[in-house]
Write a protein that binds this ligand. Structure first.
Ligand code: AMP
Length: 219
């Protein structure tokens, strides 16, 4: 694939190198040419010095024929604008942008861009790792707004209704596996110790479930 990475910083250099190693044609752009010194010596993709807000630079990078563009500069405005231009003017099939400051997320949403927020995502992951392992995250959708968690029903929950464990909002039970057989869970099902429950939840939803699990444990 013909891929362009804009911003040769912490995320961009790592990504460009990885894409190059995967065999793609990679062009990495940065307004500060010294940034290219951070690339591994065995990176043999194209480097292009220049401001990504300049359309001449974008065209030189190959925007008109790119299969994918990633915009990961340290400016949220630049990422949003260049991502929007790539999507609407150059009709690049796949555009992904980085969100530097979490409170600027709304800009990307307004442009309907695929966005990854490393700081927001990292903070969420760290919070999850700090807590107990009774609910293990197995899949993260979007930018972690909704995640799938796997819960092993502990002995104290044996004989309780599923609805006692699942909050009314921010959470949907997705599957319940008992003795190796999975079913779509109904809220009036009785839980058995050792059931493996898969739930789809927001961060608020999983916090609520963890509180419920602990509250019964303490009785
Ligand atoms: P980092 O802060 O490590 O994520 O690096 C971000 C990179 O984006 C830096 O190397 C900046 O020079 C680069 N950058 C910021 N704005 C632009 C821009 N308008 N055009 C090209 N590169 C940029």
């Amino acid at each position: 694939m013909n891929l362009i990475v804009i911003g040769c910083g912490r995320v961009g250099s790592e990504l460009a190198y990885h894409l190059f190693k995967q065999g793609h044609q990679v062009c990495i752009v940065d307004q500060n040419e010294k940034a290219f010194l951070g690339l591994p010596i065995d990176f043999h993709g194209r480097t292009l010095g220049g401001d990504a807000l300049n359309q001449i630079i974008l065209r030189r990078a190959g925007m008109e024929t790119a299969d994918g563009v990633v915009v990961v500069t340290n400016s949220d405005m630049t990422n949003a604008v260049v991502g929007h231009v790539a999507q609407t003017v150059y009709k690049v099939p796949s555009v992904v942008v980085g969100n530097f400051e979490p409170h600027y997320r709304y800009i990307y949403d307004a442009f309907n861009l695929q966005v990854v927020s490393p700081s927001h995502w990292g903070a969420q992951r760290i919070e999850e790792m700090l807590y107990g392992q009774e609910a293990r995250m197995v899949f993260s959708a979007g930018n972690g707004e909704v995640e799938l968690y796997e819960l092993l029903v502990p002995p104290v929950w044996d004989g309780h209704f599923l609805r006692e464990l699942i909050p009314d909002q921010d959470c949907t039970p997705a599957a319940l596996t008992r003795a190796g057989r999975a079913v779509l869970p109904q809220l009036d099902m009785l839980l058995h110790q050792g059931d493996l429950l898969l739930v789809s939840a927001t961060l608020e939803g999983i916090r609520d479930i963890r509180r419920r699990l602990e509250s019964l444990q303490e009785v």
